[in-house]
Design a protein around this ligand. Structure first.
Ligand code: R5P
Length: 287
């Protein structure tokens, strides 16, 4: 049997995985000392296999994951699977300037020391899987994003940059009809400003679904929505796998005129209407 170990950031998804029969939940404790250090602990259990489910949404979450990995061995597990629905630092997958770290590689190496295998959900670049020193699988949740869309009028599924085309196509395929298109995107890495160049696709009066892997500051998605609305689009839906929604992202999207914002439970947010549990459960079934 398997014990499921949720991190403090990923409790809803872990509960959905338990409901799907992946394992039985244990209840860790998540404490913090006066000096700011954290202490995550797991009660002893009888199962040999532990599955830790932990989105590393911030620096504390990274430390918490390392602690949970160590704790489950202390608690009795001899085999550990680490599910990372959202891999923080995943976008730092290269050294952009001399002297910079490849942060995704650094965190992957640290995580690899405490686990026998890793499961990732739609990392920003699939190649980050190669940074782990243990077998690492990638689960795609893009097909699940179509579920809450309802009836769309002559839909167009748009990727806000070339890197998200496959996600847009997968979401369109899951929806069952519609065209796909993408914007050219340039980001100024000093200012964070994003410049989007639309294609010539007809958008007037149509329902548009903009599909991306991550909405972080909301700069990319709100830019896309604004351009589409300027060109007379009907309703514009924004869907993503990982709703980071940092700072004023939610407001930027509302101001740009989004009809509805949809994300998954890789990160727990009020708009996490889609659970990736079915896709993760399938991957764990064939570990
Ligand atoms: C970048 O290539 C990603 O696919 C997302 O478009 C990006 O991470 C979104 O970031 P932000 O919301 O800050 O524009």
């Amino acid at each position: 049997m398997t014990t499921l170990v949720p991190s403090s950031t990923t409790q809803s998804l872990a509960a959905s995985l338990a409901a799907a029969g992946v394992g039985s939940l244990t209840t860790p404790t998540y404490d913090r000392f006066a000096d700011g250090e954290t202490l995550a602990a797991v009660p002893e259990f009888d199962d040999d296999h532990a599955i830790i489910v932990a989105s590393t949404v911030d620096n504390d979450a990274h430390i918490e994951l390392l602690q949970l990995q160590d704790a489950v061995r202390e608690a009795g597990a001899s085999d550990v699977t680490t599910v990372i629905p959202y891999l923080g630092y995943g976008r730092q997958d290269t050294a952009f300037k001399a002297g910079q770290p490849i942060s995704a590689r650094a965190v992957a190496r640290a995580i690899s020391t405490g686990t026998d295998r890793v499961v990732l959900v739609d990392p920003h670049e699939p190649s980050v899987a190669d940074f782990f020193d243990v077998p690492t699988r990638i689960v795609s949740a893009a097909g699940l994003l179509a579920e809450p869309l309802g009836d769309l009028d002559d839909p167009l599924f748009v990727a806000p940059d070339a890197g998200a085309i496959e996600l847009a196509e997968t979401t369109r395929d899951a929806y069952g009809s519609g065209e796909t298109d993408y914007f050219e995107k340039e980001r100024d890495y000093d200012t964070g400003e994003v410049e989007l160049t639309p294609s010539d696709a007809a958008v007037a009066g149509r329902d548009i679904v903009v599909v991306d892997d991550i909405i972080a500051t909301g700069g990319t998605m709100s830019g896309a929505i604004a351009v589409l609305n300027d060109r007379g689009a009907g309703r514009v839906f924004a869907v993503c796998v990982h709703p980071v929604l940092a700072g004023a992202a939610r407001t930027k999207l509302a101001a740009a005129g989004v009809e509805r914002l949809i994300g998954t439970d890789t990160i727990e947010r009020p708009i996490s209407d889609v659970s990736v549990a079915p896709a993760v459960a399938d991957a764990l079934d064939t570990k």
